[in-house]
Design a protein around this ligand. Structure first.
Ligand code: DAH
Length: 335
């Protein structure tokens, strides 16, 4: 009986070794390990073994059973782990995953919002498709004003559209903020504006502005200038300077043009230059009246800057069109 068990074991193990596919495993299991299998037959035969031999034969039978079962388990794992397709060389270097980065304009915008945020300006928002009230009348630009002509604005066509246009300035958000919030308020707004300009190195029909508005009691030109100086220092560094030149905007009185002395990079050389960045001034009483704020009680300052100008100067970009062409080779320089 013991030699029969040896033969049984080696037959089972060699049959198992010859199996090449997962599908054959089940047949093997039924034939050897299953409830009507060869191991069960051997156990049944144990009954007829002489009493004194039983312990030795029983022990050997258990060993054979354990050997076959563990070999079967080993084979099962080995066969199911085998790759289905052609082998892959996992040490082969892969294709580099292209890494994205923020667009240089987005970066500039994030920086501006962060500086203004630290200075206490909350972010306000308004639609790019505007009505004439918010883009003109409420900003003290009356009907018939030359700035409202069709050559200077993108009006929507058709009767239904009425007098809707793509906003030409983020000053519209001043009006929307004052219509919805009671003073005192301090907000900034960043967004796209649209003008029918012919595209060249310094003009594009869509660009971005940042607007600031502060309304409180006893706000003066000093507050405006201090705010702009702080902004320039935070954004361009402690050496940055600003200067205000008298100017005119319908929605501010007095009004000024804002120049910043900036380190600009030209042909790889850095130099400091006065650059015109936008306009500013004290909120005109007519604007307050348009939104129902009493100009006898409240005062305010406002400013509006072109973001492409800021970005182009700060990063030495000579052509505004580069910012909108999405040429990855250009954008990658600033990643
Ligand atoms: N909205 C003006 C423009 O687009 C810029 C501007 C000037 C904004 C004076 C202001 C301001 O808030 O006070 O040219």
């Amino acid at each position: 009986m013991l030699s029969q068990l040896d033969a049984l074991e080696s037959e089972a193990l060699s049959e198992l070794a010859s199996l090449g596919e997962v599908a054959a495993l089940e047949l093997f299991r039924v034939r050897w390990i299953g409830s009507n299998g060869r191991l069960r037959d051997a156990m049944n035969e144990l009954k007829s073994v002489a009493k004194e031999l039983k312990p030795a034969v029983g022990k050997r039978l258990n060993e054979v059973k354990a050997a076959i079962e563990s070999a079967f388990e080993f084979k099962r794992v080995a066969l199911s782990a085998a790759p289905a397709g052609p082998a892959i060389d996992v040490t082969e270097p892969g294709l580099p995953a292209g890494e994205g980065a923020r667009h240089i304009l987005t970066k500039t915008i994030d920086e501006i919002v962060s500086v203004l945020g630290r200075m206490g300006f909350a972010v306000a928002d308004g639609p790019e498709l505007e009505d004439e009230w918010h883009n003109f009348n409420a900003l003290n630009i009356p009907d018939g004003h030359p700035a409202r002509g069709h050559h200077d604005n993108f009006f929507l066509g058709g009767e239904v559209a009425g007098k809707l246009l793509l906003r030409t300035q983020t000053s519209t958000v001043q009006i929307r903020a004052m219509e919805t919030m009671a003073p005192p308020l301090k907000i900034c707004a960043i967004g796209r504006v649209y003008r029918p300009d012919t595209h060249d190195a310094t003009h594009f029909s869509m660009f971005h502005q940042v607007e600031g508005l502060c309304v409180d009691r006893n706000v003066s030109m000093v507050d405006l200038k201090t705010t702009l100086v702080q902004f320039a220092h935070a954004f361009f560094g402690p050496e940055a300077e600003i200067r205000l030149r008298p100017s005119f905007f319908p929605f501010t009185e007095p009004s000024a043009e804002l120049d910043m002395k900036m380190k600009i990079i030209k042909n790889g050389v850095a130099e400091w230059k006065w650059i015109e960045l936008g306009g500013c001034g004290m909120v005109d009483p007519n604007v307050f009246k348009a939104v129902g704020i009493d100009p006898e009680v409240w005062t305010g300052f406002a400013f509006g800057l072109g973001i492409e100008r800021v970005a182009m100067r700060k990063y030495g970009i000579g052509d505004i069109r580069l910012l909108f062409e999405n040429d990855a080779r250009f954008l990658r320089q600033f990643a």
